[in-house]
Write a protein that binds this ligand. Sequence first.
Ligand SMILES: Nc1ncnc2c1ncn2[C@@H]1O[C@H](COP(=O)(O)OP(=O)(O)OP(=O)(O)O)[C@@H](O)[C@H]1O
Ligand SMILES: [Mg+2]
Length: 457
Amino acid sequence: MANKQPSLNSTIVLRLAIPLIFFISIETVLSYFVTLHHVDVAYDGWLLDSARSLTQEVKAQNGGVFVELPPAALEIFKWDESDKTYFKIISAENVLIAGDKSVPEPHDLEVDWANPVYFDDEMYGEPVRVVSMMIAPEYSDAKVFVHVAETLNKRRNMMMDILLADLLPQLALVLLVGIYLVLGVKRGLQPLHILADEIAKRSSRDLRPIPEQHVFLEVRALTDTINDLLARLGLSINTQQRFIANAAHQLRTPLAGLKLQVERAQREQNLAEMKPALAHIQSSADRMSHLTTQLLVLARSESIDGNYELRPVDLNELVKQTCIDWVPKALQRQIDLSYEGLNESLMVNGDEVLLKELLANLLDNAICYGHDKGHILVKIMRAPFPCLIVEDDGCGISESEGEKVFERFYRIPGSNGDGCGLGLAIVKEIADLHSARLELLKLSAVGGTQIKLIFKD
Ligand SMILES: Nc1ncnc2c1ncn2[C@@H]1O[C@H](COP(=O)(O)OP(=O)(O)OP(=O)(O)O)[C@@H](O)[C@H]1O
Ligand SMILES: [Mg+2]
């Protein structure tokens, strides 16, 4: 398939060549008219000289007018190399005194005869330039008109010579500039090809920034962006590698425990002696199942990109249902789980399943890190922005841990339960996906923790 991408080389050459050719054309047209004017002025002068030399020969005698043309005067009206010259001398009464009566006269009847009159016409089918003048010979009242016509070959030849002398160097200049530009742009782009080769040779693991020595200032913005992207890619690959290492470690521990306990159970002879090992197997399996669920939720919320379409969800209903689902678990620790909702629905744009996961993780934490017989309050507020609050009266999160608890696999040392440290990381991921703001507050009066999720709309 033909490459339809515009080439920088041809674009630059075209952008420069088109105006150059345009200006040269305008210049040529202008210089044509200026040259025409000057050539006309020069040749008109010579035509006038011929006409004047004729007027010298017009004499008056006995009240009449006659012309005596010596051979020297007639010489100029012979054929020269390229042009023919004709003349005509007529009286005021339009009587031919001498010359060729076909020589044209001015068509304009209102001619001012004070000065010679020039005009273009045709004679014997050929274009001619004519000068006409009126003279009054000495010792006579008569008026005589002299018309001299000349074909235009010399003028045309001179015009062509001047125009070619002007145009040819200009065309040569356009050609040279074009060749120079094509070669210049090609040479100028060479560093980019070197750069492309260098990047093409790299391994997929080589995320070093693009070196700046090969790069033009104009391309720097592009390479800076690519370098920035490479840096972010490197960071994200590192994070992912750390995550995989952590996940592998987290999975290995319960698996190793599971294997050990199964071996221990196999060594026992009766069921009663097997029971402690079976209980351990159950807790390891629970732990693995919880970890796998958490990893899957995290993977799901992480894989959703910015173009994912969120749908209107009734936050009031969703939170109410989830709280009802969690009451039995709260009751196991005699915790009072209460819900302060709204009487009508509160619509937000979101993903129902992920929002449920978010609240489940907050409730799980509140129950796990709260006191027995404690209180958990889940609240929904409409103004100024839709907002979900989960607060407990448990041990709370110290300020120094405030940021860290949202990191993946981070658990505050000495925490209750055998969580895997992914709950709040999942909460943060889902909040980001909903462009919602997360706030973590320490409740000074009651102790405990308050986590607020504020939606933008
Ligand atoms: N409501 C809370 N009160 C006190 N401490 C909390 C609360 N919620 C979270 N924490 C602390 O923050 C840490 C991180 O919580 P997170 O939910 O991310 O992980 P986890 O509960 O340990 O494991 P997971 O939720 O994945 O099973 C917890 O280990 C706990 O110490
Ligand atoms: Mg948790």
